[in-house]
Ligand binder design. Structure first.
Ligand SMILES: [Zn+2]
Length: 183
């Protein structure tokens, strides 16, 4: 059994144990709905990558925890992107006190590459979370003209923080168990 599998089994057992406790001492008035996850996978591959990334990278676990406390909800999908682009974060909607960011991870890519790109793009999501005035593509572009560097022409921006975060996540994955990192 790989280390990842063991960790996931432990996590599943913990969840089951708390569910059992809740059944032993039911208290309807204190039951609160489970919080909406602020980072979620939009397709099967993205769900798998998110699970592995959160176990293997403390940076990604921290970014997810930060986003959970924000008004930004990130949906991660995998898909085709232009040459030279491994990932993309877009603000797709802002309504009802919530801003929706869609992160696309380019496939095909290695698991390591996908997870590092995820870290990079989740950094952008936290940047957006920290800029409450960003409500649409125009205000997003205006904000990134201040904090980022224009890339590849109109509408594409990069930040040092996101580049560094992707590199940090790649180092964390390189230290992870070979069975996972080698894929
Ligand atoms: Zn970027």
């Amino acid at each position: 059994m790989t280390r990842l599998t063991r960790l996931m089994v432990v996590a599943a057992l913990v969840v089951r144990a708390s569910a059992a406790t809740a059944q032993v001492a039911p208290d309807v008035e204190t039951v609160v709905p489970a919080p909406v996850p602020h980072v979620r996978g939009g397709d099967a591959r993205a769900v798998t990558i998110l699970t592995e990334a959160t176990v293997l990278s403390s940076t990604i676990a921290r970014l997810r925890a930060d986003l959970q406390q924000s008004d930004v909800i990130v949906t991660v999908i995998t898909g085709r992107l232009a040459d030279g682009i491994d990932g993309l974060a877009r603000l797709v909607a802002a309504a009802g006190g919530v801003r929706h960011v869609r992160v696309t991870l380019k496939i095909p890519n290695s698991t390591t590459g996908l997870i590092a790109t995820l870290g990079h793009e989740l950094c952008h999501a936290t940047e957006i979370a920290g800029m409450p005035d960003v409500r649409n593509e125009a205000s997003l572009a205006a904000a990134y003209r201040r904090v980022g560097v224009a890339m590849r022409g109109e509408g594409f921006f990069e930040t040092d923080a996101a580049v560094r975060t992707g590199e940090q996540v790649a180092r964390e994955i390189a230290r992870a168990p070979r069975t996972v990192a080698a894929r």
